[in-house]
Design a protein around this ligand. Structure first.
Ligand code: TRP
Length: 333
């Protein structure tokens, strides 16, 4: 007798520790007075594809600016680093942007085969790491680490060879998705795995005109809206909930005081939603929102101060002119 595919996949998902943790986070997040859902859950398979689409939107200049800077200045960055260096990439994804740096570090002609360039991509997505390894093994010796940032960093640090410096990449303005205080804490934690002479390349999206930032996070074609709403779809699929996606809308807000874009999902009506796998029934008032992500924007002086506060020295930075975005090279002092 065959079991229906839906029942099979549902019970399988329902049994896993990952799903239980998801259910637990959803339960806690929706119990707060400002309801919230953790942004890491935006990136299931569909969410990751939608985010990939966002990076191609004309309004979302961030990813292209980051890539332009890395492509144009890869040689300059390489020239500032010691010759024996291994690269650690926090949240590498498929490593597309880091490729430019690896190429420059490897040099042309390539350094001798006796000293291959070692590259440690760290990511929570096994799929992304597999693609990363496949695509980049022609430019470096790839050692994928399927871990969170700091655990992965500790793994890489344990493999450091004598006399070797680290270049840690923290690009794409991921730092902006931390609360400002947490960003400092994170940088201090990271610093503990490093030694003087190591370097951190940190990418940060800069404060710009509010309308430009709002368009980047609320594009007229609705891709960002779809990306954000997919989180409710995911809760339906994985936790058996009955969110009606059309009864919610995506909203991006610029918080001037905190200098960040805040993403919300706003209920269009008074409604009640049930989430069986999280043992939860939750009510929404018309206009009430679920907060899904914050994207902090920076000023250059603030970035320099962050370096100093966390045990780094801001050495050099490159800023994109088309879309104000900074990649900064910090040296461990
Ligand atoms: N974290 C990314 C950023 O801050 C991703 C992102 C882009 C995002 N658009 C979004 C997250 C909309 C939530 C909602 O740029």
């Amino acid at each position: 007798m065959s079991t229906p595919a839906f029942a099979w996949s549902k019970s399988k998902a329902g049994d896993s520790a990952v799903t239980r943790e998801f259910a637990c986070d959803v339960r806690m997040g929706l119990a707060k007075s400002q309801k919230e859902l953790h942004s890491k859950y935006l990136y299931d398979e569909l969410g990751s594809s939608l985010f990939e689409a966002i990076t191609h939107l004309p309004e979302y200049g961030l990813t292209r600016a980051d890539e332009r800077l890395l492509r144009r200045h890869a040689e300059d960055i390489a020239a500032l680093l010691p010759s024996r260096v291994a690269v650690i990439d926090l949240g590498s994804g498929v490593g597309q942007k880091t490729r430019h740096i690896l190429r420059a570090l490897r040099g042309s002609p390539p350094r001798s085969a006796a000293t291959p360039l070692r590259y440690y991509p760290i990511d929570v997505s096994a799929d992304a790491l597999a693609r990363c390894e496949r695509d980049l093994s022609e430019v470096a010796e790839v050692h994928p680490i399927e871990q969170s940032y700091l655990d992965g960093m500790a793994c890489a640090a344990a493999e450091r060879q004598p006399g070797e410096a680290f270049l840690v990449m923290f690009i794409g303005s991921t730092i902006g998705n931390f609360e400002r205080k947490c960003a400092l804490e994170f940088l201090r934690d990271l610093r503990r795995s490093l030694v003087p002479g190591d370097a951190l390349l940190v990418g940060a999206d800069l404060v710009k005109e509010p309308d430009r930032m709002l368009d980047a996070y609320d594009d007229p074609a609705g891709v960002t809206g779809a990306f954000n709403l997919n989180l409710l779809g995911r809760i339906n699929r994985e936790l058996g909930a009955d969110f009606r996606l059309r009864q919610f809308e995506h909203e991006a807000r610029w918080n001037e005081q905190q200098r960040r874009i805040e993403m919300h999902l706003r209920s269009r009506v008074n409604q009640t939603v049930s989430i069986p796998e999280a043992d939860l029934t939750v009510s929404f008032q018309a206009g009430e929102s679920i907060w899904t992500e914050s994207s902090h924007k920076f000023q250059i002086a603030e970035l320099d101060a962050m370096a100093e506060l966390t045990g780094f020295q801001a050495a050099t930075r490159w800023i994109d002119e088309e879309w104000p975005f900074a990649n900064s090279l910090w040296i461990v002092s």
